[in-house]
Design a protein around this ligand. Sequence first.
Ligand SMILES: Nc1ncnc2c1ncn2[C@@H]1O[C@H](COP(=O)(O)OP(=O)(O)OP(=O)(O)O)[C@@H](O)[C@H]1O
Ligand SMILES: [Zn+2]
Length: 640
Amino acid sequence: MNNQWFSKVAVWLVIALVLFTVFKQFDRTAAAGGQIGYSDFLEEVRSKRISTVTLQESGNGATEIRAATTDGKTLRTTATYLDRGLVGDLINNGVKFDVKPREEPSILMSILLSWGPMLLLIGVWIYFMRQMQGGGKGGAFSFGKSKARMLDEANNSTTFADVAGCDEAKEEVKELVDFLKDPQKFQKLGGRIPRGVLLVGPPGTGKTLLAKAIAGEAKVPFFSISGSDFVEMFVGVGAARVRDMFEQAKKSAPCIIFVDEIDAVGRHRGAGLGGGNDEREQTLNQMLVEMDGFETNLGVIVMAATNRPDILDPALLRPGRFDRQVYVTLPDVRGREQILNVHMRKVPIGQDIRADILARGTPGFSGADLANLVNEAALFAARRSARVVEMADFEKAKDKIMMGPERKSMVMPEEERRNTAYHEAGHALVARLMPKTDPVHKVTVIPRGRALGVTMQLPETDRYSMDKERMLSTISVLFGGRIAEEVFMNQMTTGASNDFERATQIARDMVMRYGMTDELGPMVYSENEGEVFLGRSVTKTTNMSEETMRKVDSVIRRIIDEQYTTARKLIEDNQDKMHAMAKALLEWETIDAEQIDDIMGGKPPRPPKDWTPSSAAGVNGGSGNGGTPAVSTDGAPAAV
Ligand SMILES: Nc1ncnc2c1ncn2[C@@H]1O[C@H](COP(=O)(O)OP(=O)(O)OP(=O)(O)O)[C@@H](O)[C@H]1O
Ligand SMILES: [Zn+2]
């Protein structure tokens, strides 16, 4: 049964029950006036003061008696047993009487009486569920109303100019604007319009923004809802919401319906642990029905966003539904520059700001990350009460976003600080000496996030894949930290556990996923483990023989041993540089690429640019090389 309907009925029944009880009570009190005892009544009969009597059998063999007196009053009484003498008395005294059959309570009444308390409970329960889900505005009656937020054309000022760095995607959706502006004309000219457009891309790349911009450009209303808003406790609520949303949208056509995170409802049916999820499936089915059900010339376009198109139910992607997919990818260098420019327009910016340099320094950043970068930089500027945001603010913001916020207040024992300094120096040195590694951008022993220290490496350009040599070098760099602790501090700490995890994972992937070893050859030994919770890959097993498994293990082991040995040799052969780097870190807390260059060249490192001996509070040596962030190699995660 439909839930919305059900809750309404429940509430009305409860009200009816209460009224009924009150009425009954009232009825009884009203009648109580003429109530007398049975023997008194017999007395009245025998004294001939009664003119008429009605007898009615009630439950338990008793008899209800109503009587009218000769002077026009009414009396009531009850004979608790069947008095065979009564009829004789009535006849002898000339009383007219009438016998009524027992009155059966009506079906409705008996249902009410037996189900009332339960309905009351259900009603109360539904009420509390509503309250808990927030949005109690509409009370118990707005269950199946869609939660879609509508942004009407007057309040939507987003245009394509706000969306930067995804020109291909913009190009692809431009015709939607022409269509929405005048659906009839567009169709007369022979344009074919998709019913549904699926925006696919990583989080924060501007999918929502793009959809909103289409509505803004076409000046049509924009309904947005998140897939997770459909997922409710009660079966049927999600489906009702879908129906309601489409109804609302049809009334405001032409318009755009935007469903964010459609994977929350659109996941492959029958997937998922713990059996089928009726609610989700019903919601999905309803969505399919609605999409099939409306005419394209109505002018409603359904857009949806996901970053997992692979888990969507194929039925959603069939013609007539989301039959067009638009990829919104992470921005490249030029895209990042444009996005930065869009967001920098909103804050006062210093003369020295170069968006192109910042863009080069932020590979892997999404549009949302970049918006956040500008925001954080503005906050840093505000904190120093500056009037404009400067490059140094952006550097700090970048470090904060990439490495986590500094935890300067964390007091580290000197011993641990030294250990961290050598650990990070180990990473940095190996990174500088191994082939095909990303340049070391910055090394710090200021605790950040969970890390006690961080060595940050930045790729020189955007990179889209890894090669074997690069992966081997990365493993060595990861081991550098622990090796330095062993060699110089003569101890092993828990700080390296994350390094080891990552190193092992890379080695395993090389062997099992990328077929990068001669021994095992170009073959994939592992299934994609990513989707365990979605249920699809749970049943898949790796069909590896015992023997193969052992071989895989030994090859992983060999790779790890070789890279460990390589890294250890580098560190042992460059002890002087290790000491110099650790010393610089202990003194300045953060060193940048230029200082590392000095150390690697055997020279004493230059002091940090903004270093004055008095500011020993560990000013973050803002690297002025216009740096470039991204892959930050570990940091020793705090010992747990
Ligand atoms: N291409 C872009 N141009 C300008 N700003 C962008 C861009 N991409 C993202 N942003 C900024 O990031 C914010 C978040 O982006 P948005 O919510 O559109 O991303 P999304 O792809 O929908 O993310 P999610 O998948 O997490 O919902 C936007 O409001 C905007 O400020
Ligand atoms: Zn480390």
